[in-house]
Design a protein around this ligand. Structure first.
Ligand SMILES: Cc1ncc(COP(=O)(O)O)c(C=O)c1O
Ligand SMILES: [Zn+2]
Length: 382
C-alpha cells in the first residue's frame, strides 16, 4: 500500500505547501490547509474489493491518508466503529433507516482518536517530538494516549470544569496539564505561550482533518457503498463535518461511489451556537460567541478556526445548522439509554434532539437514510 498524497493546499488562496515539511495553516489567509491526493492514480489502484481484507481500523484507507511510511503509524486500533441501526427509536420517529455511528468504541472512548492517530503519526514521520493542544477534554485524552504510545512529550490545556474523568485520563497517560479558569479559547493562549511544543490544535495543522475523513469512508463502506441522505453532526471545531465532506468528494473522484452528496447538518447547543448564528445570518465567517455555556463541552467552541469552511460545507450540501437546548440534550440521553441501550455523550444526544426536530418539522422524511453520531462515551460525563 502507498499513500497518494501529493501536496497541501490553502483552502482559500490555493497556495501549495510541501507535505514533506512541517506545516501548519496558511499564514496569508489564516485558514486551514487541505491535503490533496492523486485521485486519478488511486482510481487505477483501488476498488471496493480492495478494502475487504484490510485491517479493522481507520488505517484500512491508507491510500487516502497522509503517512508515507507505514512504520510511522501510531495506532491503538482507532476507527472501524459500529454503525448501529436504531430500529426502535427509528420506529418511534417513523424513520426506516436511522443509523448511529458509535464512536465510543474508539481508544480513549471518543472519535478524537482518529484525528490524533493520524496527526501524531505524521508528526512522527516529520520528526516532531513535542505536541500540545487546547482541549474541551476528549482531544486532550486522545493526544495524551497517542503521545505515550509514540514516546512524544505532551502538553494539554483545558478549562478547569472539564469532566474530571477526562483530566484523570490525560494525567494517567503522562501528559503535562494546565487548567484555565475559562473556555477553550483561553486554553489556546496557554498553548501558544508554550512555543517549545508543536501546536496540534484542530485545523491549525493539516492532519487531524485527514484522520477524521475516515468517518466518512467508514459510514459509506458500512452502508454497502451507499451515501446517506442526511449526516447530522455535533459541531464544535467542525473537523468531523469538513472531514466527512472531503471523504465523500474523494470517493466520488476515485469512482467508488456515484455523484451524490449527503445533506450536512451542523448541530450546536443554544448556549454556544456561533455556527448556527452565522448560517442564519448568511455570513461567510463565524464570529466569536460571548458567554459560551453548555454541558456539551465539545460544542463549547466560541469561534471555530475553520468557521468559513464549516459554513461552506453546510451550504454546498444543501444542509443546515440547528441549535438545541441543554435540557433536551439531557432528556434525550436518558431516552436513548432506555430505548436503545446506548449511553450517549451530550454532544451525541444533541444530534438526536436535532433529528427529532427535523423529522417533526417535515424536513427529514420517513424514507431518508440518516446517520447521527455518538462522538464519545456517555460514561465519561456521568
Ligand atoms: C464528544 C465530542 N463531540 C463533538 C465534538 C466536536 O467535534 P468537531 O471539532 O469535529 O466539531 C467534540 C470536540 O471536542 C467532542 O469532544
Ligand atoms: Zn491562503
Amino acid at each position: 500500500m502507498r499513500s497518494f498524497i501529493t501536496y497541501l493546499k490553502c483552502s482559500v488562496c490555493g497556495k501549495i505547501f510541501d507535505h514533506r515539511q512541517v506545516q501548519r495553516f496558511c499564514q496569508d489567509c489564516n485558514e486551514p490547509l487541505i491535503a490533496i491526493y492523486d485521485l486519478d492514480g488511486m482510481r487505477k489502484n483501488v476498488n471496493k474489493d480492495s478494502f475487504k481484507s484490510r485491517v479493522s481500523s481507520m488505517w484500512r484507507y491508507f491510500e487516502f491518508l497522509p503517512v508515507i511510511d507505514e512504520r510511522n503509524i501510531v495506532s491503538l486500533g482507532e476507527g472501524w466503529t459500529p454503525l448501529l441501526k436504531l430500529e426502535k427509536f427509528g420506529d418511534m420517529l417513523g424513520i426506516k433507516n436511522l443509523f448511529l455511528k458509535d464512536e465510543s468504541f474508539n481508544p480513549t472512548l471518543s472519535f478524537k482518536a482518529r484525528g490524533l492517530s493520524c496527526a501524531v503519526s505524521k508528526a512522527v514521520e516529520l520528526g516532531i517530538d513535542k505536541l500540545a493542544l487546547p482541549t474541551a477534554g476528549n482531544a486532550g485524552s486522545a493526544l495524551s494516549a497517542y503521545c505515550a504510545k509514540a514516546g512524544i512529550k505532551c502538553f494539554v490545556s483545558a478549562p478547569k470544569d472539564t469532566p474530571s474523568l477526562i483530566l484523570k485520563e490525560c494525567e494517567f497517560y503522562g501528559a503535562e496539564i494546565e487548567l484555565v479558569d475559562g473556555l477553550i479559547s483561553d486554553a489556546v493562549k496557554i498553548v501558544q505561550s508554550r512555543n517549545d511544543f508543536f501546536d496540534i490544535s484542530t485545523m491549525k495543522e493539516p492532519y487531524r482533518l485527514q484522520g477524521k475523513k475516515t468517518l466518512g469512508f467508514e459510514i459509506i463502506e458500512q452502508l454497502g457503498w451507499v451515501v446517506p441522505d442526511w449526516i447530522i453532526y455535533p459541531t464544535g471545531g467542525g473537523t468531523g463535518l469538513i472531514g466527512i465532506w472531503l471523504a465523500v468528494s474523494e470517493l466520488i473522484e476515485v469512482g467508488l461511489i456515484d455523484g451524490k452528496f449527503p445533506k450536512m447538518v451542523a448541530v450546536q447547543s443554544s448556549g454556544c451556537a456561533p455556527v448556527v448564528r452565522a448560517y442564519k445570518e448568511g455570513k461567510e465567517q463565524v464570529e466569536y460567541w460571548q458567554g459560551a455555556k453548555t454541558i456539551a463541552y465539545g460544542l463549547r467552541v466560541p469561534k471555530p478556526f475553520a468557521g468559513r469552511l464549516i459554513l461552506e460545507v453546510i451550504r454546498k450540501s444543501g444542509g443546515l445548522a440547528i441549535e438545541v437546548e441543554d435540557e433536551d440534550i439531557v432528556k434525550m440521553m436518558r431516552k436513548i439509554a432506555e430505548v436503545e441501550g446506548i449511553m450517549l455523550c451530550p454532544e451525541g444526544s444533541a444530534t438526536v434532539v436535532a433529528l427529532e426536530r427535523l423529522v417533526f418539522g417535515g424536513v427529514i422524511k420517513g424514507d431518508d437514510v440518516v446517520v447521527i453520531f455518538n462522538t464519545a462515551s456517555g460514561v465519561k460525563y456521568l
